[in-house]
Design a binder for this molecule. Structure first.
Ligand SMILES: [Zn+2]
Ligand SMILES: [Zn+2]
Length: 275
């Protein structure tokens, strides 16, 4: 008689019924095989694939959902610029007396960009792409209306196109438009916005205090607060210990450095009158 448990009685993966399970998901308790096991960043527990993507397990997923479809500052900027353009065109047409044919054509051209800006504000994904081409298309149109100014019009479209390309690539803006972003880009954005920002500020203030010693108390305070927030075992882990310490050190060193330099200059050149 054998005590061995027959394979059919052993637990199998919930997703792959012909593969033996190696453990259970710590959230739903389902059996998982080696292929299905997931350990999300900042977690020491194991999860099944479905649970590993849940916001309470994956902080990056929670972070993504927080910004998903939420209007960002670029959308507000584009929206406000579009509104001012609309008002500007109407005010200039209303106040300038009898508009010439050229004025009307240029105004019509500017107004043609209003739907693009409006749709961008409303989060229509076609507007995100069209915004990149809009400055160049407007410049081409203006060049047809004013052939003598064609070169200047094209030249002035360059900075706007450049800005539009930056907006098109912006991760935060992609989230507003409900576009997929890579985990790496999402992590970089999380790191910038959520990973102990006060420690990063401490470093910036500390560095600036080398030139402006009045900033050094702010650097030290931010550094101490930032240092207290560091917790690599938290979920998600909070880092930037190095930047917090650098902020404190720079904040302490910079006034000493200034005292030393002023003292040296005083002895060398007699900046402070002795009598
Ligand atoms: Zn699970
Ligand atoms: Zn499996």
């Amino acid at each position: 008689m054998s005590l061995e448990v027959p394979p059919s009685a052993q637990p199998h993966c919930a997703v792959h019924p012909d593969v033996l399970a190696g453990g259970t998901c710590s959230r739903c308790g389902g059996f998982i095989c080696a292929d299905c096991v997931r350990t999300p960043l900042g977690s020491e527990r194991i999860f099944c694939v479905a649970c590993s993507l849940r916001p309470e397990v994956d902080y990056l997923e929670a972070f993504r959902l927080e910004y998903w479809g939420r209007r960002d500052s670029w959308a507000w900027t584009v929206g406000m610029l579009t509104l001012s353009l609309l008002l500007g065109v109407f005010v200039s047409l209303a106040s300038g007396g009898q508009p010439t044919r050229k004025d009307l054509l240029l105004s019509a051209l500017l107004l043609a960009s209003v739907p693009v800006g409006g749709a961008f504000f409303l989060g229509k994904s076609w507007a995100r792409h069209l915004l990149v081409a809009t400055p160049f298309l407007l410049a081409l149109g203006a060049g047809v209306v004013e052939p003598a100014q064609r070169f200047n019009h094209l030249l002035s479209a360059i900075p706007f196109t450049f800005a539009a390309v930056l907006i098109h690539r912006d991760v935060r803006t992609r989230l507003f438009f409900r576009q997929p972003v890579t985990p790496g880009a999402l992590r970089a954005m999380w790191n910038r916005l959520r990973n102990n920002p006060i420690a990063r500020q401490a470093f910036h203030f500390g560095f600036s205090s080398l030139l402006m010693p009045l900033l050094s108390p702010i650097a030290v305070v931010c550094g101490v607060v930032g240092l207290m927030r560091v917790n690599p075992r938290a979920h998600p882990p909070i880092g930037r210990r190095g930047q917090a310490i650098a902020g404190i050190v720079l904040g302490v060193v910079s006034p000493l450095l200034w005292v030393f330099v002023l003292n040296y200059l005083d002895q060398r050149f007699g900046l402070v009158r002795k009598d």
